[in-house]
Design a protein around this ligand. Structure first.
Ligand code: SF4
Ligand code: SF4
Length: 98
């Protein structure tokens, strides 16, 4: 059976922002890179005990930057116009070859 990740879901008239606290490590990269500065720390906790994030959803333009930069694929953005940003690709931690 596939694992069902818990999602905190926020929606405005442009689309949906979903964050998965069980994947988020609270690194803050999405907060740093959001062009409209609408992501902030949440009262909800990430898997490691750090705060996860949440958007002030009314100001989110569903650009997908947060989804793209998150190193752990912990954010998913869905646009109501169907023009969804590219899906996040989890990075590997493999050591570089010599
Ligand atoms: S989709 Fe864009 S505007 Fe919305 S929270 Fe993510 S980076 Fe910010
Ligand atoms: S970039 Fe990803 S892992 Fe880092 S705080 Fe944002 S959602 Fe969490």
């Amino acid at each position: 059976m596939d694992k069902q990740w818990k999602a905190n879901v926020y929606e405005n008239n442009r689309g949906v922002f979903a964050v998965f606290p069980e994947l988020c490590k609270g690194c803050g990269l999405c907060i740093e890179k959001c062009p409209t500065h609408v992501i902030e720390w949440s009262q909800d906790l990430a898997f490691n005990g750090y705060p996860t994030v949440e958007p002030r959803i009314e100001g989110c333009i569903v650009c997908g930057t947060c989804q793209t930069v998150c190193p752990d694929a912990a954010i998913a953005i869905y646009r109501h116009d169907g023009k969804n940003p590219p899906a996040a690709e989890p990075r590997t931690t493999a050591a570089p070859s010599r």
